[in-house]
Design a protein around this ligand. Structure first.
Ligand SMILES: [Zn+2]
Length: 367
């Protein structure tokens, strides 16, 4: 099935769910003058670092799905979780509770896992961090991943067996680089890695894929297939244990800001060559003036788009089960159709159960 089909079904399912939840909560859609907003405006909350507020949310905001703001400054309404286990993926670092995203992103990760397993010789995805239940800034890691449109996937293929919850906390991803070099290790790198990355970049809704410059170079030097999406693969620091998928704002979503498209061309020329000079890796020069820098102020709720205050205080669903995407796409689509027919279908549908979350990458990209 093409992606529009799956994404459309997921969206429909979500809308149907909303009709129910909104009916129950009387909240209505964003932007709102919801009761929660007033509560949130209390001085204590508005003074708290936003990462503490969003880092504490265990479940998503029951609102229509919406990515609000920018990848590095925003939040997520109506987030859904990817199940911890699917036929072609396993979510890692469950304790972090970062398995949440916009339904379009969750559907895309599932699609990539299926297609890579079926066609690329990549047995399945180990899924790292996506977003917190309500997105927003995090207490650790990531500057981006705030609006439910960014996902990290390990560059380590999924093992054949199901990892235990403990293994998902303690297993380390494997770097694809040769030690102390900027180049991939031919003993670790495989053509399946290349196929997986090029497939991920090929989806029209994908805006960028971030990888280490050594990986980009390997693709530039060896990929003989269609290179139309090569320019979306962006070199950046880190990203040799995992890669990062960033999708565009879903079409027509007001208040969601996409990044500018990457520069035209494959990005295999001068832009890439720069990464193999000393400049990007040189230690930062000490500042000339010795004036102490003003202490960096924490991002507060009021620094985020105003709808994020509503997201922070909106009601949660009764359980995680209600907001976890079904592991089986066929069952999920059937459930979506059923719940479209009778709006009551959501709470009792076959949306899979399971607890929440993924790896810690390096500083976040904006190239
Ligand atoms: Zn990431």
């Amino acid at each position: 099935m093409n992606n529009a089909g799956i994404g459309g079904s997921v969206r429909k399912a979500f809308k149907a769910a909303l009709v129910v939840t909104i009916g129950l909560t009387g909240l209505g859609d964003l932007p709102f003058s919801a009761p929660g907003f007033m509560a949130l405006a209390s001085a204590a909350e508005s003074d708290k670092p936003a990462k503490e507020i969003f880092g504490a949310a265990k479940l998503p905001a029951v609102l229509s799905a919406r990515a609000i703001g920018f990848y590095s400054k925003g939040c997520l309404a109506g987030g859904i979780a990817i199940p911890t286990d699917g036929p072609t993926w396993q979510a890692m670092r469950l304790s972090r509770n970062r398995r949440w995203g916009h339904p379009d992103l969750i559907a895309l990760v599932e699609r990539l896992s299926r297609e890579a397993a079926a066609q690329d010789g990549w047995p399945g995805l180990l899924v790292g961090d996506i977003s917190q239940p309500r997105g927003g800034p995090m207490l650790s890691g990531h500057a981006s991943h705030q609006v439910g449109l960014d996902a990290d996937v390990w560059l380590t293929p999924m093992p054949r067996r199901t990892l235990s919850a403990r293994e998902r906390e303690t297993t380390s991803a494997i770097s694809v680089l040769r030690k102390n070099t900027l180049h991939v290790d031919p003993k670790i790198w495989t053509p399946a890695h290349a196929r997986l990355l090029m497939r991920a970049a090929s989806y029209p809704q994908v805006e960028r894929i971030f990888v280490h410059p050594g990986i980009k170079k390997k693709l530039c030097d060896t990929w003989t297939g269609n290179r139309a999406s090569m320019g979306k693969i962006r070199p950046y620091y880190g990203h040799h244990y995992h890669f990062h998928i960033r999708i565009k704002c879903p079409p027509g979503m007001s208040g969601c800001r996409s990044q500018n498209p990457p520069p035209a061309g494959s990005g295999c020329g001068k832009q890439l060559a720069w990464w193999f000079t000393d400049e990007p890796w040189a230690p930062a020069k000490p500042a000339k003036d010795t004036k102490p820098k003003p202490k960096k102020r924490h991002i507060r709720l009021t620094d985020l788009p105003s709808a994020c205050a509503v997201v922070a205080s909106a009601p949660a669903p009764a359980s995680e089960r209600e907001v976890t995407l079904g592991a089986d796409p066929i069952a999920r689509i059937a459930a979506a159709n059923a719940s479209n027919a009778s709006a009551a279908g959501f709470a009792t549908s076959s949306f899979a159960p399971l607890p929440a979350t993924g790896p810690l990458p390096q500083p976040r990209p904006f190239n």
